[in-house]
Design a protein around this ligand. Structure first.
Ligand code: SF4
Ligand code: SF4
Ligand code: FES
Length: 236
């Protein structure tokens, strides 16, 4: 049985369970922390670094989604330093892909776009990479536009942890990293894909989308993930 711990979040006394992360406790107390890779119902991997917070006594910033709360911890979720890092992280995501929101199927529903708007980002201060990336439209119902992929690995985790198909994976290193299906075959040739569409619904951007859907129809729905996870744990 997990123990109750007390901590300070933005100078407010709070309590949480020792198996909860800073993000869990913050959400329980309606304290907003920006996230992109984390989704309730899937494992947390700390990929996007948007949820970084300051913890007293720790010189580096820590990801709230993978850092567990401890007794007496003092956490700050909003500061000039954090706003600077978060803005830079979002700008880097835009600079390293090819995001043209006005012609994107996810325009108006995209979590990356929404984050940029909430941070007041109206231009990118970094040089654009303009990488040459592919589009895989070989699947009968879905498509992957790698130009809009931010490598959050939500698709990889939902396919593995919820659907159990493990069709998606990440190939390559650094700037060359990209998501692939099976052994880097076209998605339409995949023998493991069940065409359930969970990856499409869980993708935070327009990288994965359903063919034939108009912009207004492409809002993603993944609330079912935390429900499935709770049912598996035997909780209501
Ligand atoms: S994925 Fe989001 S940020 Fe990228 S082009 Fe589409 S709407 Fe814009
Ligand atoms: S395809 Fe979508 S869900 Fe998968 S890693 Fe890229 S952005 Fe994330
Ligand atoms: S939400 Fe914590 S690192 Fe992405």
């Amino acid at each position: 049985m997990s123990r109750v711990v007390t901590l300070k979040l933005n100078d407010q006394d709070m309590s949480g369970q020792e198996d909860e992360t800073i993000l869990d406790v913050a959400r329980d107390h309606n304290v907003a922390i920006p996230t992109l890779c984390q989704v309730s119902g899937l494992s947390s991997v700390g990929a996007c670094r948007l949820c970084l917070v300051e913890v007293t006594g720790v010189s580096k910033l820590l990801p709230a989604c993978t850092t567990f709360v401890t007794e007496g911890m003092e956490v700050f979720t909003d500061s000039e330093r954090l706003r600077k890092y978060r803005r830079m992280t979002v700008e880097m995501l835009f600079a390293e892909g090819n995001h043209i929101c006005s012609i994107c199927v996810e325009n108006g529903h995209c979590e990356l776009q929404n984050l940029a708007i909430s941070m007041g980002i109206d231009h990118i201060r970094l040089p654009y990479f303009y990488p040459k990336r592919s589009v895989d439209a070989s699947h009968q119902r879905f498509a992957l536009d790698s130009n809009r992929c931010i490598l959050c690995t939500r698709c990889v985790r939902v396919c593995d942890e919820i659907e159990g198909a493990h069709t998606w994976d990440v190939m390559g290193r650094g700037i060359q990293s990209r998501v692939i299906t099976d052994m880097n075959q076209p998605w339409g040739d995949s023998e493991t894909c069940t065409s359930c569409g969970k990856c499409v619904q869980t993708c935070p951007t327009g990288a994965l989308f359903e063919k034939g859907k108009a912009v207004g129809e492409m809002s993603k729905r993944y609330a079912f993930l935390s429900y499935l996870a709770q049912m598996r744990e035997g909780r209501k």
